[in-house]
Design a protein around this ligand. Structure first.
Ligand SMILES: NC(=O)c1ccc[n+]([C@@H]2O[C@H](COP(=O)([O-])OP(=O)(O)OC[C@H]3O[C@@H](n4cnc5c(N)ncnc54)[C@H](OP(=O)(O)O)[C@@H]3O)[C@@H](O)[C@H]2O)c1
Length: 106
């Protein structure tokens, strides 16, 4: 999978798996939008912090508008209550994803 030169969006990028994966994508040459409920908590250099609460459709729409077209989406908070929101997003034309991965629910 080519990463260099692609645009990625990672949810929950302020800590845990999301932070690690955002770091790895950055190090491999992707432009990384680092989504977090509190974007000021994203402590990675060289990524673009972006406000994103995946349970809030308005927040998702605003993030989609800001990030534009992304080709890699990593959705780390994948609890049951977030799933309907992701289903809604995937039906929108705001983001056309070529690769989507989602961590398993707790
Ligand atoms: N770590 C592992 O080894 C492992 C293995 C298999 C599966 N998983 C699964 O992978 C997922 C992530 O694991 P993790 O270890 O990275 O968990 P974590 O350290 O608890 O991090 C969870 C992340 O999700 C964010 N988040 C929670 N609710 C959110 C929301 N509504 N909108 C946006 N972001 C939200 C949190 O942000 P805040 O800081 O704002 O709370 C935090 O950045 C979990 O579902 C876990 O069960 C983890």
């Amino acid at each position: 999978m080519q990463i260099e030169g692609r645009t990625a969006l990672v949810t929950g990028a302020n800590r845990g798996l999301g932070r690690h994966l955002a770091q790895q994508l950055r190090d491999r040459g992707a432009t990384v939008y680092a989504g977090a409920r509190k974007p000021e908590s994203v402590d990675l250099e060289g990524v673009r912090p972006i406000a994103l609460d995946v349970t809030d459709p308005a927040s998702v729409a605003a993030a989609a508008e800001r990030a534009g077209e992304v080709s890699i989406l990593i959705a780390t908070p994948a609890r049951r209550r977030t799933r309907s929101c992701w289903a809604g997003i995937s039906r929108t034309s705001a983001w056309r994803w070529t690769r989507t991965t989602s961590a398993r629910s707790r």
